[in-house]
Design a binder for this molecule. Structure first.
Ligand code: TRP
Length: 335
């Protein structure tokens, strides 16, 4: 086997530091990051530059970036195993973004569904950054020559455009970038709203009972599950049309490791009240270590700083290596 085939694959993902993270972010993204770091060379970043595409309050944003960094570590991402950093600390992201933007067509960016959604939601601030968001995301991925990019289904289109841009670049200038694949985890990939279970759980939901945040207190978590919307059928079983119960079963299954069959059996003949209480308690236990770690970490600013400085140093070396290649290939004079 050649060296290339043998090398450990590189995985890269990012999360925007906007608001507190939900149970959906934990199950769908962060808990997977923790598992993946055992198997891959993994790089995880706080996408703070991406957060600027919508209006932010500077004081709040600074807190949220640090808090997001602490959450990532609190979930179990280990800075000894993974590269963890803030996007804005690596100036190469903004630089590669420029070169890639010059190789991305207006037409392809116009087709991005996230751009259409976000510009409808922020009609008073349809800025150029929102439009070129995918080329910055492509830079994030391509700088580290990532093979796999764990993302939610809503980000799949951005991975596709990244592949298109990278392929185009490789064609024009010779092999430069690894073509990344999306990595969409199946289990628990879509945790739904507790209030409207046909909608994805979102931290921006106006109804705070619709989502559980990673840092919610145990009493709050139990209360929110007690209020979760179900149906009038009264039977704990996974079936079409039972969106609320299906969502709770999938959450309970991820929190406990029980299969759907085991869960149906456990609650045979019992009411939804008992089931919702059990799900709430299981989620409390699932998130307890995360919340405790978070409280410890956020109080230790010196440690956090030490981690992101070390992460930045390592990330910058990798990023610079790719950027230099790119500048050379497109014909810039090297100093
Ligand atoms: N756009 C992603 C999101 O909103 C976050 C992100 C930024 C990202 N850069 C990335 C994800 C690179 C994966 C790889 O969820």
């Amino acid at each position: 086997m050649s060296e290339v085939q043998q090398r450990k694959k590189i995985i890269l993902s990012g999360i925007q530091p906007t608001g507190t993270f939900t149970l959906g972010n934990y199950i769908g993204a962060l808990s997977n990051w923790v598992k993946l770091q055992e198997e891959y060379h993994s790089a995880y970043m706080i996408a703070d530059l991406h957060a600027l595409t919508v209006k932010q309050d500077p004081i709040k944003l600074r807190q949220q970036i640090l808090s997001a960094f602490a959450v990532v570590l609190a979930c179990g991402v280990d800075p000894e195993k993974s590269l963890v950093f803030m996007q804005s600390h690596i100036h190469q992201h903004a630089e590669l973004n420029w070169v890639l933007a010059c190789h991305t067509q207006f037409g392809e960016l116009s087709r991005m569904t996230q751009f259409k959604d976000k510009s409808a939601k922020n009609a008073d601030n349809v800025n150029a950054g929102l439009f070129t968001y995918p080329s910055l995301m492509a830079a994030d991925i391509l700088l580290y020559q990532a093979d796999l990019v764990p993302v939610g289904a809503d980000q799949k289109q951005h991975i596709e455009i990244t592949r298109d841009i990278a392929t185009r670049f490789n064609h024009l200038y010779g092999n430069t970038f690894t073509i990344p694949e999306p990595y969409i985890p199946k289990i628990g990939a879509r945790i739904m709203s507790l209030a409207e279970p046909t909608k994805k759980m979102s931290k921006s939901d106006e109804n705070t009972n619709a989502f559980v945040t990673i840092l919610d207190k145990p009493e709050t978590i139990v209360k929110k599950f007690k209020r979760a919307v179900t149906d009038s059928d009264m039977k704990v079983c996974y079936a079409e049309g039972k969106d609320g119960i299906n969502n709770l079963i999938s959450i309970y299954s991820t929190a406990t490791g029980f299969s759907y069959e085991q869960i149906e059996k456990e609650f045979e003949g019992k009411g939804y009240g008992d089931f919702k209480k059990a799900v709430g308690e299981a989620v409390v236990e699932l998130l307890r270590p995360v919340r405790e770690n978070y409280e410890r970490l956020i109080a230790d600013k010196a440690y956090l700083e030490q981690c992101y400085q070390a992460g930045a140093e390592k990330a910058a070396n990798l990023a610079q290596c790719t950027l230099k290649k790119v500048y050379k290939k497109v014909g810039l004079v090297m100093k």
